[in-house]
Design a protein around this ligand. Structure first.
Ligand SMILES: [Zn+2]
Length: 317
């Protein structure tokens, strides 16, 4: 083989080895040729996908954490719905008792369905409180109902009336006032009312029918929960008004941890019960439905034990 031919052969082998090395080296980042462009595009796509997956997972984790935090917030918040004026088979009574969430029924003593309503509410898992009639500044005496507390009563008379009312409402764990714009600002009378409640293991919810009520201040002095109504649901008797008030409850819950709200059976009973029924899912997004006893135990550590206050007659069991 000539010298020149040998050199040519050596060059061909060198080039072949180099070509083989080039094929195995990951040179697409530095050397420009068509296949390296395809590889670069593939790498960009894969990187983008990976980044998207990582970011997506992080975002969804972030959303999950935010939702969980929101959920925890809502689980901490409590709404206690009290329905007044039960015990007289008024409009909306059955619908109120059938609400699918825990509420509190405030039952007036000594009325035709007092015991029946209290026992039925208790069976369905609702809280029961005594709705005690108290003298208002204005209003007809017949609106008060039997067993009412009046401003001219002696200490002993007040004590006897409150005790009898507690004994007349089965399963009662607390009390609130029916009317009472006059009596709830009377320190002498309210002090006796609260003392009797405490002796029987009951707390007292101030319905706030009077801006000058002495109840929260007296309750705090006596080591009782200063719990009071925040929003009346149906002081105007229309469905639109009740719905507006339910919106106010939700707005209140955005700023506060608890909301006590009072509605009624009677003239507005059907509006109140149907508005509450349809608002349950939305309200559930804002807070947990609790009985008023759950709220006072959780907020003020109330430990009153109202057991054995009443003997339930066999004909209504
Ligand atoms: Zn009432």
């Amino acid at each position: 083989m000539s010298k020149r031919r040998k050199l040519n052969m050596r060059n061909i082998i060198k080039k072949a080895i180099q070509a083989f090395r080039d094929r195995n080296q990951p040179t697409y980042a530095h050397v420009y040729h068509p296949s390296s462009k395809i590889r670069r595009t593939a790498v960009v796509c894969i990187s983008a996908c990976l980044m998207f997956m990582v970011c997506g997972t992080a975002w969804s984790m972030g959303t999950d954490i935010a939702n969980a935090t929101d959920k925890q917030e809502h689980e901490k918040k409590m709404v206690a719905i009290i329905i007044d004026d039960m015990g007289n088979n008024m409009k909306g009574t059955e619908q109120i008792l059938q609400l699918p969430v825990k509420i509190t029924v405030a039952v007036m003593p000594f009325l035709p369905t007092t015991q029946q309503d209290a026992i039925e509410a208790h069976k369905r898992g609702h809280d029961v409180i005594v709705h005690l009639p108290m003298e208002p500044k204005q209003g007809k005496p017949e609106w008060l109902g039997p067993g009412a507390i009046k401003a001219n009563m002696t200490d002993d008379e007040v004590r006897a009336k409150v005790t009898a009312a507690i004994k007349n409402v089965p399963h009662a764990i607390g009390m609130n006032n029916h009317m009472g714009s006059k009596v709830t600002s009377d320190k002498r009378i309210m002090s006796i009312v609260l003392d009797v409640c405490k002796e029987h293991g009951l707390f007292f919810v101030d319905s706030r029918t009077n801006y000058w009520s002495v109840v929260p201040e007296l309750a705090a002095e006596k080591g009782m929960p200063p719990v009071r109504n925040d929003i009346f649901l149906d002081d105007t008797h229309t469905l639109a008004h009740v719905n507006r008030q339910i919106t106010k409850v939700m707005e209140w819950l955005d700023k506060h941890d608890t909301c006590v709200t009072i509605g009624h059976v009677g003239v507005a009973g059907r509006y109140t019960s149907s508005a509450l029924q349809s608002s349950v899912p939305t309200l559930k997004d804002h807070a947990k439905f609790v009985g008023i006893s759950d709220l006072v135990r959780s907020e003020w550590g109330w430990k009153g034990n109202p057991a054995a206050n009443t003997t339930i007659p066999s004909n209504v069991q």
